[in-house]
Design a protein around this ligand. Structure first.
Ligand code: EPZ
Length: 422
């Protein structure tokens, strides 16, 4: 069983370059199916979820070549329109291939991706978007088949700015007949990078960065080259680890402009956070943290609010705060699973509905804990670095789905952390 060992109670220091964005590259890989040539990506994160998505693309008929962080996808031949069931179970974002298959082949078959430890995660908004474009959707015993003679531009209105549903609507609309307007669209930076990538392939998307996207369908798309932006959630995780353990660090290639809410929250708990002085703002972010964090009230929400993916890591910081903090989780209905593990480390946290009340105390103590999900596992690594003694985190395979090598990165920041078993 995969396990990480951490010896805590040591301030962090050093500098790392952040990996490419997991949540940025996954929809772009799905989008590669829309063109009949080759796309070349650079700065691709080397993580499980990318390997899984590449496997799906190859199953569909793509020829992929991954060399370090460079990935090429030749999508000239797409033979299949059914996403392998085992991949759907492994990775929820396989659902994004649906929109691309509909755009390219006007047919897609998948299965309900099912819930996970952070919530039920339905796909009703994805399917509603497809239906607006004239797609027929048949659901039977968890199997979902979507098909259309032609996709016709339409008006899609999302009651909630779902990231995945916005991405799927974009993928299905770029080759549709006529114009599509998506209102209530998600505004995450990953949506913006997807739109820039699609437009580089010849799509016609306007209103990028706003909640109202207008897409004029085009006849076909062509290959291109694209650099995956730095991962704002991975960068935020490491900044938060410094806020938890104390010390100072530089995170190269962290997208400063896309992390303003995270910067404000880190400053509120008492950290000094600035873009690298003297370099262009996108060069990265530096953080300094001395003493115990200050208690705060924090709510997660759709971008540009505080990202739900950094909620668990912030729990780790606030377990040490001077005073009582509150975190309100407004995106997922069950994203406090990691609290149970922090309790084992001596944290005092009460869950009341979608709120966590955290009674700060000086230090946590190292012990054996378990990762229940990707970001919860990363939160435990941050808590362990701040704790007294040794912590062992089991099931760290979850963490590898989204972080290239959390042990490598935190060791570069002077963290005493290692992976124990293969
Ligand atoms: C994306 O998930 C991210 N994943 C998540 O990151 C992130 O937490 C989430 O967006 C919110 O920012 C990827 O990009 C691969 P949503 P997604 O659709 O698209 C409900 C990580 O750790 N909803 O914005 O699945 C849903 O249940 C992962 O990297 C519906 O009700 O998120 C949730 O409560 C975790 N019906 C809320 O909307 C739908 O059809 C937000 O979900 C779709 C979603």
């Amino acid at each position: 069983m995969s396990e990480i060992r951490v010896c805590g109670y040591r301030p962090l220091s050093g500098e790392i370059k952040i990996q490419g964005s997991k949540n940025g590259v996954l929809p772009m890989l799905a989008a590669s199916i829309l063109q009949k040539g080759t796309v070349q990506f650079t700065n691709v994160p080397i993580i499980q979820d990318v390997a899984c998505m590449v496997g799906i693309l190859e199953f569909m008929g793509c020829r992929c070549r991954l060399e370090g962080s460079r990935l090429s996808v030749d999508a000239s031949e797409i033979e299949h329109t059914q996403i392998p069931k085992e991949d759907v179970g492994k990775m929820r974002s396989s659902i994004l291939v649906m929109g691309a298959l509909l755009g390219r082949k006007k047919r897609a078959v998948t299965w309900y991706p099912g819930g996970c430890t952070i919530g039920s995660r339905p796909i009703d908004l994805h399917l509603k978007a497809f239906s607006c474009l004239g797609v027929q959707v048949k659901e039977e015993e968890g199997r979902v088949e979507a098909f259309a003679d032609t996709l016709n531009g339409s008006r899609i209105v999302f009651p909630f700015p779902s990231v995945g549903a916005t991405e799927n609507a974009l993928l299905a609309a770029v080759l549709a007949e006529g114009e599509t307007e998506i209102s209530g669209a998600a505004k995450e930076p990953e949506i913006e990078s997807l739109c820039r990538f699609l437009n580089q392939m010849g799509a016609d998307i306007r209103g990028i960065g706003s909640g109202r996207l207008r897409i004029r369908g085009v006849k076909e798309l062509h290959g291109t080259e694209f650099e995956v932006p730095g991962d704002r959630i991975a960068a935020g995780t490491y900044l938060i680890a410094v806020a938890a353990a104390g010390g100072e660090a530089g995170i190269l290639n962290a997208p400063w402009e896309d992390m303003q809410e995270v910067v404000q929250v880190l400053r509120a708990v008492g950290a000094t956070v600035e873009p690298f002085s003297g370099k262009p703002k996108r060069a990265g972010i530096e953080i300094k943290m001395k003493g115990r964090p200050k208690a705060i009230h924090l709510a997660t929400g759709p971008y540009p609010e505080f990202p739900t993916d950094l909620q668990s890591p912030m729990l780790a910081v606030l377990t040490r705060a001077e005073g009582t903090s509150i975190i309100e989780e407004r995106v997922f209905e069950a994203r406090f699973k990691t609290v149970g593990e922090l309790w084992k480390m001596g944290a005092q946290i009460e869950i009341m509905g979608n709120r966590a009340v955290i009674y700060g105390k000086n230090r946590l103590r190292g012990t054996d804990v378990k990762a229940w999900d990707l970001r919860g596992g990363a939160a435990l690594a941050a808590a362990a670095l701040a704790a007294q003694g040794e912590t062992r985190i089991s099931d760290c395979i979850y963490i590898e789905r989204g972080y290239e090598d959390i042990c490598r990165d935190l060791r570069c920041l002077n963290g005493a952390i290692e992976r124990l078993s293969p």
